[in-house]
Design a binder for this molecule. Structure first.
Ligand SMILES: Cc1cc2nc3c(=O)[nH]c(=O)nc-3n(C[C@H](O)[C@H](O)[C@H](O)COP(=O)(O)O)c2cc1C
Length: 200
């Protein structure tokens, strides 16, 4: 296979697989580090390299589960919808994936504390980093998914992962593990629907 063919294969076969599709088996640290090394090669305007990751595995996931549960409690108590079973569910949620990687943004700041680049551009750079991570994880046979809803982006969880510097933001978590299903086929609507080609 040519380099181009392998690259296109890797891109087309990158699949999102959530926690229900992951085995509980541990993932060797070197594989996670290789995927993160790929993430670190993402482009960023102004060479800000704003992506920040924290990896939670094994017993290290326990505190994260507690942060998810506390984030749920803070919102649910304010809304009057707190349920002990949901609190416990959030606490145990971390057990569903052997590896949790926080997807953090720490934008570059000027000496006066203002942003060096726009927040949007910094976020786009993080997105490229996550794509690299995902591609290389999948190329190693690892499944995973970007989770970006609810407690995954809650300010309490952001503080727990250490994203409390000015303008810092938590964009969610990437779960990573061995797939418990055959590798799924992807699907895309044709490029023609999204492409306009101007020639003259
Ligand atoms: C920024 C971003 C956030 C995402 N957040 C979630 C999420 O919270 N929950 C979820 O089930 N999938 C999430 N996904 C995964 C998408 O659902 C998935 O990429 C899409 O269904 C296409 O499938 P594929 O990645 O296998 O091609 C997210 C994807 C991106 C790019």
């Amino acid at each position: 296979m040519s380099e181009l063919d392998s690259l296109m294969h890797a891109i087309r076969n990158r699949r999102s697989m959530g926690v229900a599709r992951l085995k509980p088996d541990p993932v060797p640290k070197e594989l996670v580090l290789t995927a993160l090394e790929a993430a670190n090669w993402a482009p960023s305007h102004g060479e800000t390299e704003p992506w920040r990751f924290t990896v939670y595995t094994g017993e290290g996931r326990r505190g994260l589960g507690e942060a998810f549960a506390e984030a749920y409690r803070l919102d649910a108590e304010r809304e009057g919808s707190f349920k002990e079973s949901s609190f416990e569910g959030q606490r145990k949620r971390v057990e569903a994936s052997p590896v949790w990687i926080s997807l953090g943004l720490e934008p570059a700041l000027r000496p006066d504390g203002s942003l060096k680049m726009g927040l949007e551009e910094e976020g786009l750079a993080l997105s490229g980093a996550v794509q690299n991570l995902h591609l290389v994880a999948n190329a190693q046979g690892l499944a995973g998914m970007w989770l970006s809803q609810g407690v995954m982006v809650h300010p309490h969880v952001a503080a727990f992962v250490g994203l409390d510097a000015p303008h810092s933001r938590l964009f969610g978590f990437f779960v990573l593990g061995w797939p418990n299903i055959p590798w799924p086929e992807g699907e895309r609507r044709p490029l023609e629907e999204k492409l306009c080609w101007v020639e003259s």
